[in-house]
Design a binder for this molecule. Structure first.
Ligand code: SF4
Ligand code: SF4
Length: 135
């Protein structure tokens, strides 16, 4: 199995109905500047407080919004899917992260090229596409 992230983007595809995806810290939000202001959903502080400890559970302050888009090319051309707002292009065809150098640490740690999570996404995709082909 080839693991070329620029021809993949499956870990930037939002698989559940959710309005935001990759979590960002305060420092990462600042680094994203005006793009971050437009494209990061800032969490309500109450959502971050643990009721058990009355402390903030993490240093995450928000997450990059997700966007519903019709795919223009590749094996899911013509389908409308939910993607991270920073992803350009068509999954499993040709993709690019618009903020690659400033992407949050959550992107770097949650899935790594060729790791178990990455393989699971890729295998799941191939199974899903095979079902689509069967009609
Ligand atoms: S890390 Fe894996 S799932 Fe994510 S874009 Fe790269 S190859 Fe695809
Ligand atoms: S910020 Fe970039 S690397 Fe992270 S999920 Fe979005 S498109 Fe993918």
């Amino acid at each position: 199995m080839e693991f070329d992230c620029l021809k993949c983007g499956l870990c930037c595809w939002v698989h559940k109905e959710q309005d935001c995806y990759a979590e960002v810290t305060q420092r990462e939000l600042k680094r994203l500047g005006s793009w971050g202001k437009r494209n990061v959903k800032v969490f309500n502080v109450l959502e971050l407080i643990s009721p058990m400890t009355a402390t903030l559970e993490s240093d995450m302050v928000g997450a990059i919004k997700s966007e519903s888009r019709e795919i223009q090319a590749g094996p899911v051309k013509g389908y409308t899917v939910l993607l991270c707002a920073a992803l350009e292009g068509s999954p499993m065809h040709s993709v690019k992260c618009k903020i690659y150098k400033k992407r949050p640490s959550s992107c770097k740690t949650s899935v790594k090229r060729g790791d178990a999570a990455c393989r699971k996404l890729r295998e799941g995709f191939l199974t899903g596409v095979a079902k689509l082909d069967q009609g």
